[in-house]
Design a binder for this molecule. Structure first.
Ligand code: BG6
Length: 494
């Protein structure tokens, strides 16, 4: 979101980044590569240090080896890459210690300082750790005085979801974190907001006049937001079984996408105004009930010629777990623009394809001149595909060339790969740069989080207290049949 000019002004001020959970997957696969990408584009300040902090005992060099395995030369192909990597790795250090060890944090503090006595460095704390550690880390950090800065420097914290597991636990976390970091210092990441196509949603809607008059209940029949992965829990059994797909993907990524698709135009491109509009949408969504939701769990199946275990057979999953690996829900937004328009959201692991997309289905042409020739022609649909291939397509009805009038559905298609000859940045690159620039537009504000939990908390409690069994669906399929039935109730074919 940020314009990226301010980093140059800030570049004289040194920067120390502490990555908690530095030896974990997220840090090694996403955070360090994103920081390296920013470094290659000269978007980090001239003087910076990145200090990894975790419990594992490791030497600086052993840690650098681990980081290096995940760095790529996307921005500096060829011979220069090795040189850039070495320069980047020289700024990376490692400190081992417990997450509640004052002594460990003092070592970290000393490592973060080293820019000379007159140079107050800015400090960024990235919590790439399980959420149950957030408060321990923040409190110990506070006792050790890590986050306190002189007036000419900032300190900021980045938190990775899940932020609690329902409204009450989320509020508890927010209130207690606020004792160490103010809301303005807090950057709650939802990495989907950093994805290129998701960032384009606002541009598409508000920089193209054509969508303005049709983006409402008069012209739109329904909106579907689908998210799917063709993999299982992949070594994250402990985490996943505790949270399930509703908390892992639907309450955050999918609600955020929905809010961007449904919100009013903000009065300015500024974090406050953008987030105000998203909150209004989320507050207009009544809490889901059991009737609005379907849950599923993958069973064993064949996928791409290979046999895949069912969820209950995955290592680390309790044999009678009722944690959903699939969820579908129908949401309504009570406002003048969207009254009566169903927003269907669904997310699943172990599906046939990896795919995330938004489909905006328009209403049928009234009193269609071409009926019956158009009898089986579906209405217009705008498809915004986030992955695997970024793409925006608009399905229109056209005449099939020939001597009679026959109609067909065709695509106006924008494929990012061929339209833009440029490197598409990873979501984490974009979000980390925004943190450095102090732009919070793409981060979740506390009241957004509350509103999102208010939509999901009652149904999550009902599903759990009534021990509702998820419907089985074979690995590699399109999900449970009950999801089709739910969609059909709203006139939608999934
Ligand atoms: C994370 C979820 O937020 O997003 C994971 O916790 C999921 O379960 C991941 O696999 C998917 O991210 P991406 O960017 O690969 O689509």
């Amino acid at each position: 979101m940020a314009s990226h000019s301010s980093i140059a002004e800030a570049s004289n001020q040194p920067l120390s980044i502490a990555v908690f959970g530095a030896s974990g997957d997220l840090a090694l696969k996403k955070i360090y590569p994103a920081l390296f990408a920013l470094f290659c584009q000269q978007l980090l300040p001239a003087h910076f240090k990145i200090i990894g902090y975790a419990r594992t005992e490791l030497s600086h060099d052993a840690f650098r080896d681990r980081i290096m395995r995940h760095l790529t030369c996307r921005y500096v192909p060829g011979e220069k890459c090795e040189e850039r990597m070495q320069a980047f790795l020289a700024a990376c250090e490692y400190v081992s210690g417990g997450y509640d060890s004052i002594e460990g944090y003092r070592k970290l503090d000393a490592a973060m300082k080293c820019f000379g006595p007159d140079q107050a460095e800015n400090r960024l704390f990235y919590m790439s750790i399980p959420p149950f550690l957030f408060l321990d880390v923040a409190n110990t950090m506070h006792t050790a005085g890590l986050e306190s800065r002189p007036p000419n420097a900032w300190s900021r914290v980045v938190l990775e979801k899940p932020f609690g597991s329902d409204r009450a636990s989320s509020d508890f976390l927010t209130e207690n974190m606020a004792k160490v970091f103010t809301e303005d210092q807090t950057y709650r990441i939802d990495h989907y907001l950093g994805k290129e196509v998701i960032q384009n949603l606002m541009v598409l809607r508000f920089a193209n006049l054509i969508f303005d008059p049709i983006w409402n209940r008069s012209c739109i029949h329904h909106v579907c937001i689908s998210w799917g992965e063709d993999i299982g829990v992949e070594g994250r059994a402990g985490y996943f079984d505790q949270y399930g797909i509703l908390r892992d993907v639907m309450q955050n990524h999918l609600l955020q996408i929905m809010a961007l698709a449904a919100m009013e135009e903000p009065i300015r491109l500024d974090a406050k105004y953008i987030r105000d509009e998203k909150v209004k949408v989320l507050r207009g969504v009544p809490a889901l009930t059991l009737n609005d939701v379907v849950i599923g769990q993958y069973t064993a199946g064949e996928h791409n010629g290979a046999h895949h275990k069912g969820y209950l057979e995955e290592e680390g999953i309790p044999p009678h777990s009722i944690t959903p690996t699939y969820g579908a829900a129908v949401l309504k937004i009570h406002n003048r623009r969207w009254d009566g328009v169903p927003f269907l959201i669904r997310a699943g692991k172990g599906l046939r394809d990896r795919r995330t997309e938004i489909r905006i289905r328009f209403r049928e042409v009234p009193a269609n001149l071409f009926t019956p020739n158009s009898a089986d022609i579906a209405p217009n649909e705008l498809v915004i595909r986030v992955q695997p291939d970024a793409e925006i397509s608009f399905q229109i009805t056209t005449k099939v060339p020939g001597l009679n009038i026959a109609l067909a559905k065709n695509d106006l298609n924008l494929q990012y790969a061929s339209a833009f000859q440029t490197i598409i940045p990873d979501a984490y690159e974009c979000l980390l740069l925004d943190v450095l620039e102090g732009d919070r537009s793409l981060f979740i504000r506390a009241d957004e989080l509350e509103a999102a939990w208010d939509i999901f908390t009652p149904v999550l409690h009902d599903l759990e207290s009534c021990t509702i069994q998820p419907q089985g669906y074979p690995f590699g399929s399109t999900g449970p049949q009950a999801a089709q039935a739910l969609a059909a109730l709203h006139g939608v074919e999934w």
